[in-house]
Ligand binder design. Structure first.
Ligand code: G4P
Length: 528
């Protein structure tokens, strides 16, 4: 095995997704503790956006600034190199999260035992399902009263449409939480509250649950209940099968308490055994495999530098094939020119450092003065275009007006660059050239306004516009598409890539358009 092959094979690049407050930051921190990447709890700053009123968005940007450092957290554990890609939980930044999911090979979903499956989790897991990304579920906060374990598994199946396979099972809950039975390794792991610094858990081998020792360990009632439940699980749920997990067809489920560092090691130990190594990725031209000789990668996220003295941005590149080297010329496929990078950065939990070499599966940060946009591909020369980095149909719209006629150039440039960063989407209405910004959440409008003013010296004014949705339209019949867009000129726009978009002002008009034009396909994402 070459060094490249073995280095790539030991990488595990994944994301943790959760509804805000489920415990993503806490779990991340405990994983980093096990990996020795941080020395004490509390070292990882939460990049959680705690407030969401518009006047707080400076604070939000500050917190997003912090999140540059925690965008990728790498550590070694059990001979694997683990890359955790951070995903914002706040719904207004959902598009960031969707795009980050294009750069991972698997996902851990954190669910709060009391709240069960929440809305944000449903949406994010839907993206995983679309891409057949393997998912592990961690049910958190078992030290608190919550829903019954069987009900939670039902929710996972019904709301997330994942086939659940419990690999651990809780013994009691809340005040009566005693630990979990690890079905994967047939042992009992006893709960000890307040284990913040991660002392080893007390585990007891228990292959035969009929053994009367069980009563002594967890008490008569709990023992009886556990035996019944495990029997039921073995009857109802399939045995864990690695291949079906890797295909994204079943999802192992763990129970624990991140803040108490309980069940986290079980999760991590199982993760390093089963989670996929870097996977092949489709491009428009061909499938790109991690262990190819030549390097290829794509930009999935761009982060503005919050330090006003450094106007540059950081483009996050997922390496999909081969190795990436510092100070080496690579082809920027969209621009058709070579670029080299003097300071590619890797991220190690609490610090960044310049790297000379990175392998497929890794993420590097590239300082960028405006060359990149989301989805851009870098290669050693081959013209490849990675697929699967779609834009999503926005839900909020404003018409953009120039507030300072002397700064129209600055405004145009600022909008152009912010759209390339993926902050929002710009649509130009054909009939009157109106510029319309569409976003997933309302916060982005304030972010855009603020950044245009402070980074580009431009003033943007927003006018309300009555729009329900923007959908990409296509048809196999080009004449029909042309006729449709001429008839509906008032509602036709183009996105930044020149793709046709239908602007529906209500659910009703959208339905009418669909009913009257069966020859036209209306898409919720830019990639169909
Ligand atoms: P997030 O990143 O998913 O938004 O969640 P985060 O980890 O910040 O956790 C949200 C809250 O839940 C935190 O409390 C955290 O301490 C708590 N928490 C996480 N895991 C557990 C658990 O296993 N059991 C219990 N009981 N609580 C847990 P907070 O009060 O919002 O913040 P903090 O002041 O404690 O940091």
């Amino acid at each position: 095995m070459t060094k490249q092959t073995s280095e790539i094979a030991r990488r595990r690049t994944f994301g943790i997704v959760a509804h805000p407050d489920a415990g993503k930051t806490t779990l991340t921190e405990k994983l980093l503790l096990f990996g020795g990447a941080i020395q004490e709890a509390g070292a990882v700053k939460s990049n959680k956006i705690k407030k969401s009123t518009t006047s707080d968005f400076m604070e939000i940007e500050r917190q997003r600034g912090i999140s540059v450092a925690t965008s990728v957290m790498a550590f070694d554990y059990a001979e694997k190199k683990i890359n955790i890609l951070d995903t914002p939980g706040h719904k207004d930044f959902a598009e960031d999260t969707y795009r980050t999911l294009t750069a991972v090979d698997s996902v851990i979903v954190v669910i709060d035992v009391a709240k069960g499956v929440e809305e944000q989790t449903e949406k994010l897991v839907e993206v995983c399902r679309m891409r057949k990304t393997p998912v592990i579920v961690f049910i958190n906060k078992m030290d608190r009263p919550g829903k019954e374990a069987f009900d939670l598994l039902d929710e996972v199946e019904q709301k997330l449409l994942l086939k659940a396979v419990p690999l651990s099972w809780p013994i009691g809950m809340g005040d009566r939480f005693k630990g979990v039975y690890n079905l994967f390794e047939e042992r009992i792991v006893l709960f000890r509250p307040d284990n913040k610094q991660g002392r080893p858990e007390e585990t007891i081998e228990f292959t035969d649950l009929q053994d009367p020792e069980l009563e002594k360990l967890i008490g008569e009632d709990a023992a009886e209940e556990l035996r019944e439940e495990i029997e039921m699980i073995r009857g109802v749920y399939p045995k864990f099968n690695h291949d079906t997990y890797l295909r994204g067809e079943v999802s192992p489920v763990f129970f624990g308490s991140a803040v108490n560092n309980f069940g986290v090691k079980e999760l991590l130990d199982c993760f390093v055994r089963i989670a996929p190594a870097p996977q092949p990725r489709p491009t428009e031209e061909r499938q790109v495999k991690p262990d190819e000789n030549q390097f290829a990668g794509f930009v999935f996220k761009i982060h503005a530098n919050m330090d006003p003295r450094h106007r540059d941005r950081i483009a996050f590149l997922r390496i999909c094939a081969g190795t990436f080297e510092r100070n080496t010329n690579y082809l920027h496929v969209r621009q058709g020119r070579k670029l080299k990078f003097a300071n590619p950065t890797s991220f190690m939990a609490d610090r960044k450092e310049v790297i000379d070499l990175a392998y497929a599966g890794d993420v590097v940060g590239l300082y960028d003065s405006g060359n990149f946009k989301i989805g851009d591909t870098l290669t050693e020369g081959e013209e490849l275009h990675f697929k699967g980095i779609p834009s999503f149909s926005p839900e909020q719209f404003r018409r953009v007006m120039n507030g300072d006629p002397l700064k129209s150039k600055q405004l145009a440039k600022g909008i152009d660059q912010l759209m390339d960063e993926g902050v929002a989407q710009l649509f130009t209405r054909e009939v009157d050239n109106a510029q319309i910004i569409g976003t997933v959440g309302a916060l982005q409008f304030d972010v855009i306004q603020y950044r245009l003013e402070h980074e580009y010296g431009a003033t943007v004014l927003y006018e309300p516009i009555n729009l329900y949705k923007a959908l990409w339209v296509t048809s196999s019949d080009e004449d029909a598409l042309r006729a449709f867009s001429e008839r509906r000129r008032q509602q036709i726009a183009v996105d930044k890539e020149g793709r046709l978009v239908y602007l529906a002002d209500s659910a009703w008009t959208l339905q009418m358009a669909r009913d009257n034009h069966p020859e036209i396909a209306f898409h919720l994402t830019s990639e169909h």
